[in-house]
Ligand binder design. Sequence first.
Ligand code: PA5
Length: 357
Amino acid sequence: MNNLDNPKIYKKLDPENMLGNIQEFSSQIENCWIEMADFTLPTHYIKHKNILILGMGGSAIGGDLVRSLVQDKVPVPITVHRDYRLPGFVNSDTLIIASSYSGNTEETITAFEQACQKTPKTIVISTGGKLASLSRKYRCPFFKIRYGAQPRAALGYSFTAILKIFQKLKIIEITEDEIKEAILLLTAYNKKLTPELGTGENRAKQIAEKILGRIPIVLGSEILSEVAIRWKTQFNENSKTISFFERLPEANHNFIAGLEVPKDLKEKVIFLILQSHFDYPRNKLRQNLTLQILQQNHFSYESIMIEPAGTSLSEMLRVILLGDYVSYYLAILYRVDPTKIPNVEYLKERLETAFMP
Ligand code: PA5
C-alpha cells in the first residue's frame, strides 16, 4: 500500500499536477469573482420566467451546485440539462446558460444551437471552442475561462461564473462579505487537507484509507445532494473507481430496502453520509436513522459534517474540497494517475470520427 505521508509519491503518480488544481479551488473562485466584475449582460435578460443551464459532466455540476444552493430563494425554476434535445418549455422567456469548459461538447453545442432559435437570452461560459464561435454568431455574452486544467478541476470557475451571473441579473442577493468569508474559510480548510499534513491529522487521507478496496456510496440531502454527485464523479474520474450517490429523503423510500443481499455486500461498499448544518430538521433525523440502519446491518460508513458551519455557500464549498482531496488520495492509494480519463477520451474521439446521419 502507498504511504500518503511520503511526499515523493505525489510527483510520481500525479505528473499533471491535479493536486495543484485542487489546492487552487479557493483562488479559482476568487479570481473568477473578480474577473466577472466587468462582465456585462443586456438589461432585458433580467426578465425571464425560467432558467436552463446546459452542460455535461464537470461543466454541468457547477450549475447543479448553484441551483441547489439558491433554489429555495429564487422565484423561477432552474433546470440543469444534460442532453442533445431541449426540453419543450424553452421559449423566449427562458434564460439559457451554456457551460462547457472545452466549448466542444456535442450535447451542449446541439442543445445551445436549438436554444438560440427559441430565446434571445443566452450566455456562454467556456475556454473557447465551438461554443465561443457560436456565441459570436448569435451575439450572446461570452465569459471566457482563463484557467488551464481538466474541466472538473476548473469547478471554481464554472460554479462562480454562474453564481455571479445570478447576482448580476438580480436572481439572488449575495454580498461581497459572503464571498470573502467563504474564500477565507475554504483557504483555511485547504491547509488541513494538503499532503504535508500527516494522516493522523488529515481527514481527507483518513477517509481515503477507509474507502480503499470498497465502493463508495455517497448520500446527501438538500444543498449537499449535488455535492454527493460531485464526490461520486470525482471518485469515477480522479480515483478511477466505481461509485454511486443517493439523495435523502428519497433514499429512505427505496434504497435502504436493498441492503440485504448479496450477503457479501457489506465487505464491498462504504457509505459516506454528507451532513449539512442547514438541512431541514426532519432530513437531519432521517440521516441519523439511516446511519443507525447501516450500523445495525454492520456496514462501513463515515459521516461527514464540516465545522464551523459558516454560510451555506461556505459549507458547500468546503464539503466539495474535502471530496476532491479524498478522491485524489484514493487515486494515489490505487496508484492511478488522477488526471487522465482514458475511457472518456476514447469515447469522445470515437464520437468525433463516427458517421453522423
Ligand atoms: O470531467 C470531465 O472531463 C468531463 O466530465 C467533462 O466535463 C465533460 O465531458 C464535458 O466536457 P466539457 O466540460 O469540456 O464541456
